[in-house]
Each structure stands twice: as structure tokens, then as C-alpha cells.
Design a binder for this molecule. Structure first.
Ligand SMILES: *[C@@H]1O[C@H](CO)[C@@H](O)[C@H](O)[C@H]1NC(C)=O
Ligand SMILES: *[C@@H]1O[C@H](CO)[C@@H](O)[C@H](O)[C@H]1NC(C)=O
Length: 239
């Protein structure tokens, strides 16, 4: 169902451009409706709070991000007035559904790095986002599995830089991740500049990240013919 998601994404710049013109009220309506609809849909997110607490307070100090707590988790170590960012490294991973069962090695490599970083003072805070468990959040961020997101947290309302590094699922090792950190630069990373950026993106600015996350998730569940039917109905009723 890549097609439908792509079509939606293509439509979005138009939506955000609409903010500046008389379509404002429609955008507001759309936001409201989408917000309402998504609040009725039971979340498909899974979060094992006990296991997450154990992971966070255990030797790895590895936080588990969920739709309900990602923002407070990331802001937790940030102190008011801080000028240097608190850095988080979040591994985007998945299980059989979103990573086809191929994320075991990258998870092992990352948790290995977390174990090393946990004892060192100037290393990033470590966290994990599992897209099998958190499909809405992964859709809302357009986050693909097998990447590290290095997130430079500053106090609100500062914009937040995020650097992405794709890892090779078959070859990645703990040493490679440790070296990435020791290098001390973001040369091997790419700055995230996307509509879906969780803090600075247009979707977040419009308050649409999570509703659109639901929408994209739903699109991935409906068969393509049903999607075509909806589009055809919608376009006819607009005429
Ligand atoms: C993933 O798939 C493998 C192979 O089909 C299976 O052995 C494993 O139990 C599955 N894991 C989960 C978490 O469902
Ligand atoms: C991962 O590394 C292997 C071995 O070096 C290489 O053959 C493969 O193309 C790499 N995969 C990706 C996605 O870069």
C-alpha cells in the first residue's frame, strides 16, 4: 500500500500551504475532524510499562518510547535554560511485522552500545522505539526501522535537531555504534528535515502528527481497491 501513503503525502504540502490563505477554516475543520476521529479509534499501540521501567532503571538505562510518553521521556533530562543539548539516541526497530524479523542484530548491537554508554558520563541517553508495538508513532514520524535518530533536546520552545543514521541490518555491531559516538561529529548522519519531524515538522506544527499517523496506519490496513473507492466517492461528492 505504498501508493496510497504516497498519494496522501503528495497532498499534504497543499494542505500546509493552505494555512496562509482563505482555506484556513477548512484546514481547521480537517484538523478537528481528524482529531476527533482518531480519538475514537482504539490505539493499536502496545506498551509493557513494567518491562519498560525495568529497562530504564536497569543496567542499560534504556528507555522505551511509546505514543503516550515519548515527549516527556525525551524532555526529562533537559533542564530549564540549558544551552547545550541533551542528546538522545533512539533506535527505530521492529519485529516480524515492520522489520520482517530482521532487526535482531541491530537491536543486539544497540543494546550492547547502551550497556557501554551507561557507565560513561558524556554519552547519549539511549532509547528504543519498536514500530511493531507503536505503529501510530512510527507512521506519524515516517520513521523507518533500522535507523538511529540522534535527537538534540533543548528546553522548549527551541527547535530540536534530529540526525538520522541508517544501519546495515546484517553487518552492524556494537563497536560500530560506539565508534559513531566516539567520532563526536554527525558526519555519518543526515539532518532530518521532513514534514513529519516530531518537533519542527509541519505536521507537528499543525497538531496533525498523531491524527495523520492514524490515517497512514489505517491506509496500510485497507486494501488498495477500497482506497480507490473512497477516493472516487470523495472526488465525486466534491464536484
Ligand atoms: C517472528 O517470526 C518467527 C518465524 O516465523 C517466529 O519464530 C517468532 O516467534 C515470531 N516472533 C514474534 C514476536 O511473533
Ligand atoms: C550491508 O552490508 C553487506 C555486506 O557488506 C552488503 O552486502 C549489503 O549490501 C549492505 N546492505 C545495505 C542495505 O547497505
Amino acid at each position: 500500500m505504498r501508493f496510497s501513503a504516497a498519494a496522501l503525502v503528495a497532498a499534504l504540502p497543499a494542505l500546509s500551504a493552505a494555512q496562509e490563505n482563505p482555506l484556513d477554516q477548512y484546514v481547521a475543520q480537517f484538523q478537528q475532524v481528524l482529531g476527533q476521529v482518531s480519538s475514537y479509534i482504539p490505539t493499536p499501540a502496545k506498551y509493557d510499562a513494567a518491562a519498560a521501567e525495568e529497562s530504564k532503571t536497569g543496567p542499560l538505562k534504556l528507555s522505551v518510547l511509546g505514543q503516550h510518553n515519548w515527549e516527556e521521556t525525551l524532555y526529562a533530562p533537559v533542564t530549564a535554560g540549558a544551552k547545550t543539548p541533551e542528546e538522545w539516541w533512539i533506535l527505530i526497530t521492529g519485529g516480524n511485522k515492520t522489520c520482517f524479523g530482521r532487526c535482531d542484530q541491530v537491536e543486539a548491537a544497540f543494546t550492547g552500545a547502551a550497556a557501554k554508554f551507561a557507565d560513561l558520563p558524556t554519552t547519549p541517553h539511549m532509547g528504543i522505539l519498536n514500530c511493531d508495538d507503536q505503529p501510530i508513532l512510527c507512521n506519524a514520524w515516517a520513521a523507518g526501522v533500522g535507523s538511529i535518530w540522534a535527537i538534540e533536546m533543548l528546553p522548549k520552545p527551541a527547535p530540536i535537531d534530529i540526525y538520522k543514521k541508517r544501519l546495515n541490518l546484517t553487518t552492524v555491531t556494537t563497536d560500530e555504534i560506539v565508534q559513531l559516538q566516539e567520532a563526536g561529529t554527525k558526519e555519518e548522519f543526515t539532518l532530518l528535515e521532513s514534514f513529519w519531524h516530531p518537533f519542527n515538522g509541519k505536521a507537528a506544527e499543525l497538531g496533525l502528527s498523531i491524527p495523520l499517523g492514524y490515517l497512514l496506519w489505517a491506509f496500510n490496513l485497507v486494501p488498495q481497491w477500497a482506497f480507490m473507492l473512497i477516493v472516487s466517492f470523495a472526488s465525486r461528492s466534491m464536484m
